[in-house]
Design a binder for this molecule. Structure first.
Ligand code: PA5
Length: 464
């Protein structure tokens, strides 16, 4: 694999009493085996079909690329409609692999359409989107695993209606394609009826584990991202995560260290990439870590109320915002740094600049500075006895991004297995979804509406 994982600063020898002793890792053989067997032993089964997503054959990759090219060549804008696991994968990959100001690039320099991932239903955002796209040359990928998500369906209804008005009923159909579970859900039915092209999501691939299925691959292919290389990277990481020895298995080791840290009260997991292109990787991580591990009960039905609250932070920006807390606040965090050895650009700080300012910086590069600052933050945290580890990417490219995404999925699955919880469900989200249906008047939710209406707020506790 191309990635490296440095967990020295999780260890007691490095950070003292808040660190983990090597003997804890060595004595945990039975737990490691159980977690390993749970994840690797069930590869491809039940909700663990995500482990197989990188294994699609070359013909499928070629078909996706051909489809992507056909859209790319005619689109001025490409819009993804989705939320949660149906949006965060596309968002973080575009952020990592497209130009950082992709949409602002002059048309000649932009090799793909402008991209918008609409993962909210803020009415102003919808109206803002309609202000900047030209519907006649815009193509929409509606992504929803369940095919029933209110946010995504409402966006679709609005935009399909707008498109019909702009280009006529018949032509509008050509502007939409759907990624959903074949044979299930409202989106599948409407897509079939309207004749949209449909891409399937395998039954056993859940939203937050779906980035390397058609959920991600279709939009990546449209934007001209090298999906073959990305899947190669994911396959490499898959192999690394199948290593039985915990000292050689990055996801098993860091999952164990995180779970041990949780047991010691470190209930916050900070994800801190030192690269703007990886900024939204932290969003991807936050969702998979929070929704997978935040659970009320374990598999035996015991109340556990477990989970580690993920927090996102960007190096170096948040050194001037969060790092004071990380260094001197409560011992309740594990910080994961993501480091990049070689950036896509080298930016000199000119040594021949005569202005009498920052002489110590002149002659260096921003590349040197960002990595010096990362190492210095790591040093400061370590000196203060704070748990931290670093994931190192030699550079950000399709292959290393594929590795990183796969690592996050395996790390989460192993952590869930150590905690003996159901990693792949999200019962805590369902109540809110049902309440929304009730409030919006969906039939079948009348009882829920009664329950909602029975809740009375007391005016004395409202300040106006
Ligand atoms: O990880 C998950 O399962 C969720 O975050 C879903 O991705 C999210 O709720 C959207 O669901 P759907 O893809 O069914 O629209």
């Amino acid at each position: 694999m191309k990635l490296a994982f440095d967990y020295n600063n999780m260890m007691g020898y490095s950070i003292g009493e808040h660190g983990i002793k090597k003997s804890i890792i060595d004595d945990g053989k039975a737990a490691h085996k159980a977690a390993y067997d749970e994840v690797i032993g069930n590869s491809g089964k039940g909700w663990q079909e995500w482990t197989e997503t990188p294994l699609i054959d070359k013909t499928e990759i070629d078909e996706l690329n051909d489809f992507g090219k056909s859209i790319r060549e005619k689109a001025s804008s490409f819009v993804v409609l989705g939320i949660g696991g149906s949006a965060l994968g596309p968002i973080c990959v575009f952020n990592a692999l497209l130009h950082l100001h992709h949409n602002e690039l002059p048309e000649k320099m932009r090799k793909a359409p402008k991209i918008y991932v609409e993962d909210n239903i803020d009415p102003e955002r919808m109206s803002a989107l309609l202000d900047v796209i030209d519907l006649k040359t815009t193509y929409f990928n509606i992504i929803t695993k369940s095919g029933e998500t209110s946010e995504t369906l409402s966006q679709f209804i609005i935009l399909y209606n707008a498109m019909k008005k702009a280009v006529g009923e018949k032509a509008a159909k050509e502007h939409f394609f759907a990624t959903t579970t074949i044979g299930k859900g409202a989106l599948y039915s409407v897509a079939q009826k309207e004749g949209f092209r449909i891409f399937g999501i395998p039954a056993g691939v859940g939203g937050r584990f779906s980035v390397l299925s058609n959920v991600g691959l279709v939009p990546f292919a449209v934007m001209g991202i090298d999906i073959e290389k990305m899947l190669d990277g994911a396959k490499e990481m898959r192999k690394a995560c199948e290593r039985t020895d915990i000292y050689r298995n990055p996801a098993l080791m860091t999952a164990f260290l995180q779970v041990e840290s949780m047991k010691a009260g470190k209930n916050i997991s900070v994800m801190m990439p030192y690269a703007d292109g990886l900024k939204t990787m932290a969003d991807f991580y936050c969702q998979i870590w929070a929704e997978s591990l935040g659970k009320a009960v374990d598999k035996k039905g015991n109340t556990v109320n477990c989970g580690q609250t993920p927090a996102k932070s960007l190096g170096v920006t948040d050194q001037h915002s969060q790092v004071q807390l990380y260094t001197e606040g409560p011992f309740d965090k594990v910080v994961t740094f993501i480091a990049v050895d070689k950036f896509g650009a080298v930016t000199d700080i000119p040594s021949d600049e005569s202005a009498e300012v920052g002489d110590f910086l002149k002659g260096h590069t921003l590349n040197e500075l960002i990595n010096a600052e990362r190492k210095s933050t790591e040093f400061a945290l370590t000196k203060a006895g704070r748990s931290n580890f670093t994931v190192i990417l030699p550079e950000v490219n399709a292959e290393t991004v594929g590795e990183l995404l796969m690592y996050f999925m395996y790390e989460t699955a192993f952590a869930g297995a150590y905690l003996d919880i159901d990693t792949f469900n999200q019962p805590g989200v369902e109540e809110g979804k049902k309440a929304t249906f009730a409030m919006i008047g969906r039939s079948g939710y009348e009882k829920k509406l009664e329950e909602l209406n029975s809740i009375k707020k007391q005016d004395e506790f409202i300040i106006r």
